[in-house]
Design a protein around this ligand. Structure first.
Ligand code: TRP
Length: 459
């Protein structure tokens, strides 16, 4: 969206415009980088199953609520909560939704920097070097290098916002996104047909109930928030740009399906390759965590013979997917600061930039100079990821549920959903989830995350 449209609250051209914009913000590093490593770590098929169940119940209900509240109030989260209720707790609810992107955006840019580093590596023709055994750990162990690439990515993000070229980026990503998907399909097919890869396909697609743990649910829930951009105010803002005659239900469903498909596709690229390329070490390598994509993909590319071309194409497309998401995250921070502090867009971009520099540098240095510093046993990047996804997002989601139940009422959400002239097909599911399940379940997730981190329980 351009700056002008953000200020004058223009609207998306129609359903397609809304779905494309929302899917563009939803599909990003969450699908390509985060989903595969979590699925690998937390049980494969069982993680996927839990994820899908959560997405069609909770994810669906929360997305519908946020979009409807945004469209009803025509405001972003802080304003929307205020619009419906002037109580202190409502203003807390608005703020926590608005602060989450400020925690996520800096470390998102750190990962974006890793993507750029690999892109540059392939451009320089380093197919074999990038696939080397310790390439990734040497890279993140080098403070200047990680920080440098983080800065380059952050500057790209802020430049897009400052020079108001979102439109250009969005237009480009409309072309890039389909290309990314086609390339991902090709790579996934290649990866699945390597000798030994079938075990990986089975691992991701067939649920093995013996691998189920409470941590599977907690991490799948966090991933669902992250990947669908729920519980951080984004959908309020997008809802507020949505025209009345667009079906909230249908577009929410389309965004969810698309987002999940991209995640599964990324999983099919990466997880079978882990089995094919690491043989006996497969079980250990599935536990790799955030570096999984960066360690596995170069091995696939090296074995392809045309690794330079594919490597450049892949990381360029991931870079674009990441940039559209980081711009939309940063945009949400900038507009909140701008509106709430009553300052110019430029000033608020600089404030957000300074905050990103501070928090992002902590994440970058957490792997090298500051590697001795552990917060509840986590490095900074992991900590920010945990804080936002497992602690703050459940609180933000509870705030939305309370607002819907106490103040707005389920009927009035239904009214908003049906204002397009269509029936609210899943109204029963929606009401049931909101009334009986959401708050209790979110509360349990929140409490168990906290107890786990404090070492009271082990999940
Ligand atoms: N959903 C995005 C992804 O999968 C990440 C993200 C989280 C995001 N919150 C956002 C993107 C807000 C844009 C706006 O990578």
């Amino acid at each position: 969206m351009s700056n002008k449209s953000l200020n004058s609250r223009a609207s998306f051209s129609g359903k397609l415009g809304y779905v494309l914009a929302t899917a563009g913000s939803a599909v990003g590093l969450g699908n390509i980088w985060r989903f595969p490593y979590l699925a690998a770590k937390y049980g494969g098929g069982i993680f996927l199953l839990v994820y899908v169940i959560l997405a069609i119940t909770f994810g669906y209900s929360l997305m519908t609520s946020e979009t409807a509240l945004g469209r009803k109030s025509k405001k972003s989260p802080v304003g929307a909560f205020h619009h419906f209720s002037s109580s202190k707790s409502a203003s807390f609810g608005g703020w926590i939704n608005a602060i989450i992107p400020m925690i996520i955006c800096p470390y998102y840019c750190v990962i974006g920097g890793w993507v750029l580093r690999y892109l540059a590596g392939y451009v320089a023709g380093g197919v074999d070097r990038l696939a080397g055994k310790n390439y990734f750990s040497n890279f993140i162990g080098n403070a200047a290098s990680v920080e440098g690439w983080f800065l380059v990515f952050s500057i790209c993000t802020l430049a897009v916002i400052l020079f108001g070229v979102q439109n250009g980026v969005e237009r480009a990503s409309k072309i890039m996104m389909p290309v990314l998907i086609i390339l991902a399909i090709i790579i996934a097919i290649y990866s699945m047909t390597r000798p030994g890869a079938a075990a990986g396909v089975k691992y991701l697609l067939v649920p093995d109930f013996s691998r189920f743990s409470w941590m599977t649910v907690v991490s799948a829930m966090g991933q669902m928030f992250y990947s669908l951009s729920i519980a951080m105010g984004i959908l309020y803002t997008y809802g507020s740009y949505m025209k009345k005659d667009v079906s909230i239900e249908k577009s929410t469903f389309e965004v969810e399906c698309f987002d999940t498909l991209v995640a599964v596709l990324a999983g099919l690229m990466i997880i079978p390759a882990v089995f094919a390329f690491s043989g006996a070490d497969a079980a250990k390598n599935l536990q790799t965590g955030p570096s999984l994509m960066f360690v596995t993909m170069p091995k696939i590319f090296q074995s392809m013979g045309i690794g330079t071309v594919i490597g450049i194409a892949f990381f360029l497309l991931v870079f674009f997917a990441a940039l559209t998401s980081s711009v939309s995250l940063a945009e949400s921070c900038v507009s909140t600061v701008q509106d709430e502090c009553h300052i110019s867009r430029k000033k608020s971009t600089f404030i957000v930039g300074a905050l990103m520099l501070l928090l992002g540098s902590l994440s970058s240095f957490g792997f090298n100079i500051l590697s001795g510093v552990r917060i509840f046993g986590m490095d900074f990047l992991d900590f920010f990821d945990f804080l936002s996804n497992s602690i703050m997002m459940p609180i933000a989601a509870i705030a939305t549920c309370v607002l819907v139940l106490r103040t707005v009422t389920l009927d009035s959400v239904a009214e908003e959903v049906t204002s397009c002239g269509e029936k609210f097909h899943n109204r029963k599911v929606y009401n049931f989830v909101m009334k009986y399940l959401a708050i209790a379940f979110l509360g349990i997730i929140l409490i168990s995350s906290v107890l786990n981190v404090l070492g009271v329980i082990h999940m």
